[in-house]
Design a binder for this molecule. Structure first.
Ligand code: ZN
Ligand code: ZN
Length: 354
């Protein structure tokens, strides 16, 4: 019989795994893994960076060493050029474990845009997962989010308010197609962010059976080409700038949201102006920007997805990087989770456009 007064001796396990707050610190440059001495999505150039995805607020130029998915590295090269995408670039396959000074680092799909990954960090029996941006909805252009159990889950909260409940994306696409039957001679000018949203919109249109040419603003061309190169078929895409005016009548024209608002739009004769964004949930916002047809299509988790994900990863503690954190922290405490606002600066600029 064991002596109950004496604690059992388990010589091969450390007494207590170190809490992630002892080895993962918010810094002005971003989240710093102390033993590995690397930053996740640093907002300024650093020696060693792990990048979750290619959006400009997460993937910055000029790092000496970059670890990311192969797709994210390809996106960075297209957006910022080979030289600025990282002096040394290391691609990790999904689930592959890269050891950095005793820290196991692996990249697991986040379902946000092509190549987007969560960063799973294992250190002396303790695990933190940094989500980057993510969503849980189906997206034909990228691998779906995979929940990973952890001690601390570090989440975004772009849409961290109960008012944000994104509708089904297919229903929003149906609205667009319906509008085209009502206004068959007007071009439908759709504002969509250039990385992720534009390609998802095209793929959803193709899934809905729309196989006519889709016309692109020049700023969207390179990333659409890259998506196709990386195995995401987008169908017949044509440059809007060289198309003759009649061809654009009754057609879908995709442009970055900024171009929709400016003079670029005036090339088109009386277009129906649409914008695809999670922010289109806010009616005043759509109205103020002159959007006739708001399409609520988001690449970020909505309120329900945030809460479902907290349950799925079974983490007792949740850190919130950026976004609407107050309501989420309150809800987390009701769910018996410890919440912590990191209030990292420099993220979300691109999400505003998303
Ligand atoms: Zn993003
Ligand atoms: Zn972001």
């Amino acid at each position: 019989m064991a002596d109950l007064a004496k604690p059992a001796i388990r010589p091969h396990l450390p007494a207590m795994p170190p809490h992630p707050e002892t080895w993962l610190h918010p810094r002005p440059e971003g989240l710093h893994c102390v033993p590995g001495d690397f930053f996740i999505d640093p907002t300024r150039a650093v020696d060693r960076a792990v990048i979750t995805h290619g959006h400009a607020d997460h993937a910055r130029p000029g790092h000496r060493h970059v670890l990311a998915s192969a797709e994210t590295l390809a996106i960075m090269r297209v957006r910022m050029g080979e030289a600025r995408a990282g002096a040394a670039q290391q691609a990790a396959a999904p689930g592959e474990i890269v050891r950095i000074n005793g820290v196991g680092v692996s990249l697991i799909p986040a379902g946000h845009v092509l190549g987007s990954c969560q960063v799973v960090l294992d250190y002396e029996g303790s695990r933190a997962v940094v989500s980057g941006d993510y969503k849980r909805r189906r997206d034909p252009t990228c691998a779906p989010f995979v929940p990973v159990n952890c001690d601390v889950f570090v989440t975004e909260a772009t849409f961290g308010l109960p008012v944000f409940r994104h509708p089904d994306a297919a229903a929003e696409i149906a609205k667009l197609l319906h509008s085209m039957t009502i206004f068959p001679t007007r071009a439908h000018l759709v504002g969509a962010y250039g990385l992720g949203k534009a390609q998802r919109l095209i793929a959803l249109l193709r899934e809905a059976g729309y196989d006519a040419p889709i016309y692109l603003h020049g700023a969207l061309q390179k990333l659409c080409d890259l998506y196709e190169t990386l195995g995401v078929p987008l169908g017949d895409l044509r440059p809007a700038t060289v198309a003759d005016k009649d061809a654009l009548k009754g057609a879908i024209v995709l442009a970055p949201p900024s171009a929709v608002a400016d003079r670029w739009a005036r090339r088109l004769d009386d277009p129906v102006v649409a914008v695809a964004s999670g922010w289109m949930r806010v009616r005043q916002r759509a109205k103020a920007s002159g959007v006739e047809l708001p399409l609520v299509i988001s690449d970020h988790a909505d309120w329900d997805e945030l809460l479902a994900t907290v349950e799925d990863v079974a983490a007792p503690e949740i850190w919130v990087t950026h976004g609407a954190e107050a309501a989420l922290l309150r809800q987390l405490s009701l769910m018996g989770r410890r919440g912590r606002a990191l209030s990292l600066i420099g993220y979300g600029d691109e999400a505003e456009q998303e």
